[in-house]
Write a protein that binds this ligand. Structure first.
Ligand code: G3H
Ligand code: 13P
Ligand code: NA
Ligand code: ZN
Length: 316
């Protein structure tokens, strides 16, 4: 997947799922736009939905895609694995790839942990994503208090010593729907917060040191203003929400960045749709009547990402 994406100048979408409707939307969107896809499961998702159930749902997703008429490449990936044991469990249970996120450890400890996961994973035909540099914001239960950009001078040593297959980097993205403080942004004519640009200079330095090596961007939601407005119009209270402008992600997708992680945008789209139903149709109490519209909104969002942002549409 990554070799084709680096060569083709696009990024494979990595979308998180925790439940049936999210998985349905991801598969439908990627089949309809003929995009390869990485299904991501976090440790929080495993706690929420049960690890066995999620794994078997992912298997079912492959059959579902076939039934929809297109055999798209589908990978099942552990998002933000934090221990060897968690990665091992996913490797043993048939995941295609795992992320070991040692970015909160020292450089040496990150290398040692990542190397240990790589040795086990490669012996089982599974690929590994490592991370260097700390994103701001919330990852699972870990709040990064001190974010820092990836240091280009460390990447060759990290990749060589660990043997990892792809590298997540920190160039200004972060997790969640509030990626920048209002103080870090400027306001446009409509009063909307405009964030500072990503550090493409750091990305270029990394690409120069590791030509063609697969790079991953986490925290790549754009936080669409329409969804924030809909949520707030129908009783929500989201404040100072700001994401990564799509233009920046389009540019990143053309580079060695070949996997782009998006979760928060999907959460916003589903929440907007559900809030709208609850306010407009207060008599509804069948979950299908609000989760259905949420699923449809999510599908449209992800088709848009594949077709207009990541460039993965038509690459299956
Ligand atoms: O990077 C985090 C992903 O959005 C997954 O979030 O850990 O709340 O499942 P989660
Ligand atoms: P967002 O919170 O920007 O959607 O990032 C998701 C992510 O990085 C999952 O690993
Ligand atoms: Na790319
Ligand atoms: Zn992430």
């Amino acid at each position: 997947m990554f070799a084709k994406a680096v060569e083709g100048g696009y990024a494979v979408p990595a979308y998180n799922f925790n439940n049936l409707e999210q998985l349905q939307a991801i598969v439908q969107a990627c089949v309809e736009s003929k995009s390869p896809v990485i299904l991501q499961v976090s440790s929080g998702a495993r706690k929420y939905a049960n690890a066995n159930l999620l794994r078997n749902m992912a298997k079912g997703a492959v059959e579902f895609a076939k039934e929809l008429g297109c055999e798209i490449p589908i990978a099942l990936h552990l998002d933000h694995g934090d221990t060897f044991e968690l990665c091992k469990d996913c490797i043993d249970s048939g995941f295609s790839s795992v992320m070991i996120d040692g970015s909160h450890h020292s450089f040496e400890d990150n290398i040692a942990l990542t190397k240990k996961v790589v040795e086990y994973a490669h012996a089982h035909g599974v690929t590994v994503e490592g991370e260097l540099g700390v994103l701001a914001g919330v990852e699972d239960d870990v709040v990064a208090e001190k974010s820092h950009y990836t240091k280009p001078e460390e990447v060759i040593e990290f990749v060589t010593k660990t043997g990892c297959d792809s590298l997540a980097i920190s160039i200004g993205t972060s997790h969640g729907a509030n990626k920048f403080t209002p103080e870090q942004c400027t306001r446009n004519a409509n009063g909307v917060l405009v964030p500072p640009p990503l550090r493409f200079d750091i990305l270029e330095e990394i690409e120069a040191k590791l030509p063609g090596f697969p790079i991953v961007l986490h925290g790549s939601s754009s936080v669409p203003q329409e969804d924030v407005d809909t949520i707030n119009k129908f009783g929500g209270a989201l404040k100072d929400s700001v994401g990564i402008p799509e233009e920046q992600l389009r540019k990143a997708a053309k580079s060695a960045v070949c996997k782009i992680n998006i979760d928060s945008d999907g959460r916003l789209a589903m929440t907007a749709a559900i809030r709208k139903v609850f306010v407009e149709k207060p008599g509804e109490f069948d979950p299908r009547k609000y989760l259905g519209p949420a699923r449809d909104a999510l599908k449209e969002l992800y088709k848009h990402k594949n077709e207009n942002v990541l460039g993965s549409a038509g690459k299956a």
